[in-house]
Design a protein around this ligand. Structure first.
Ligand code: COA
Length: 202
């Protein structure tokens, strides 16, 4: 069998549109959501590509021999192992509105809320296909996505898990993310989420 080599790449909005189905399949398999969830998310992921500061990165498997760089054609044809993207937070975004109302509810002073929300990168999605998890790819994608950002902070939400006992939590803690809000319920979702954040640069 030919050895596969994993590469990290940036995706343009066009690359994301072209690879949307594969990216959503990685997401659905990683999150263990039922098949069919892909279709519900497609429009939103495409809309996100048009947001200010949008950036996406991916991990792909190529059959390039060890030590060689893959050609553009090899990269374009290489299957996706992982996907991550985010964008600059803004007041007209539903997620920011939800987080702001949660911050008011936990009693954060208004000036601190404005300070936090005025300059942050939302790490919106980060997923590694189950077959490729546990090799450090999630951390590598997160670091690539967060490198060179102009925002003062990065914020994300992740489902609450007892004991913070999953790879996502271990990764975020290792990267220095701290609690912003715990046990938060986004409108229309019965699950509890944590909002985590840290200052940038990493
Ligand atoms: C969360 C997720 C993105 C993390 O990605 P990952 O590639 O699996 O994990 P990491 O990059 O953190 O890799 C760390 C693991 O790889 C191992 N590893 C192997 N080689 C490594 C290397 N060179 N560098 C770093 N870690 C390495 C570590 O020992 C660690 O193993 P452990 O978790 O068993 O302790 C991924 O597991 C995932 O998609 N999970 C399901 C979806 C999800 O929860 N997404 C986030 C929702 S908000």
């Amino acid at each position: 069998m030919e050895a596969l080599a994993t590469f990290l790449i940036d995706l343009s909005p066009d690359d994301m549109a072209r690879r949307l189905h594969d990216a959503l399949t990685v997401y659905v398999d990683a999150m263990r959501y039922p098949r069919g969830t892909e279709g519900q998310r497609a429009g939103m992921w495409l809309e996100h590509t048009r947001r200010l500061g949008w950036k996406a990165v991916a991990a792909v498997d190529t059959d390039t021999p060890p030590g060689e760089q893959p050609s553009a054609e090899q990269v374009a044809a290489a299957p996706l192992l992982g996907i991550a993207y985010g964008y600059c937070g803004a007041p007209d975004q539903w997620w920011q509105q939800q987080v702001v109302s949660g911050l008011h509810r936990i009693g954060m002073p208004a000036d601190e809320i404005s300070q936090l929300m005025s300059s942050y990168f939302e790490l919106t999605e980060l997923h590694i296909h189950p077959n490729a998890q546990g090799r450090g790819l999630g951390e590598a994608l997160a670091r690539r996505l967060l490198t060179g950002r102009g925002e003062a902070h990065v914020l994300l939400s992740t489902p609450e898990i007892i004991g913070e006992a999953n790879r996502a939590w271990r990764l975020y803690r290792r990267l220095g993310f701290t609690d912003v809000i715990r046990g938060y319920h986004f409108a229309g979702d019965p699950r509890a989420f944590a909002i985590l954040g840290r200052s940038l640069p990493l």
